[in-house]
Write a protein of this length. Structure first.
Length: 80
């Protein structure tokens, strides 16, 4: 993933279809999907938030071919 930081930032700032998804396994984590340029993949970035939802931390980011089964949108558009 070296050199892919800008793709991760784009996924968080401008998620695909402006949706943010609730993580299936951790209620304090949100999943953001962005387009992975030049490939038929998405970049998935997972952010973890404290209880007050003040500032999140990126836990992981990786290319994927789609959403994980069962993920539900929790925010209709980016929180810019």
């Amino acid at each position: 993933m070296a050199g892919k930081q800008q793709i991760v930032i784009e996924a968080i700032e401008h998620p695909v279809h402006d949706f943010i998804f609730q993580d299936n396994d951790y209620e304090n984590r949100e999943n953001y999907y962005g387009y992975f340029p030049g490939r038929k993949l998405f970049m998935k970035a997972v952010a973890e938030f404290p209880e007050d939802h003040s500032e999140g931390t990126i836990i992981t980011a990786f290319p994927t071919d789609g959403l994980k089964s069962g993920e539900k949108p929790i925010w209709p558009k980016s929180r810019d």
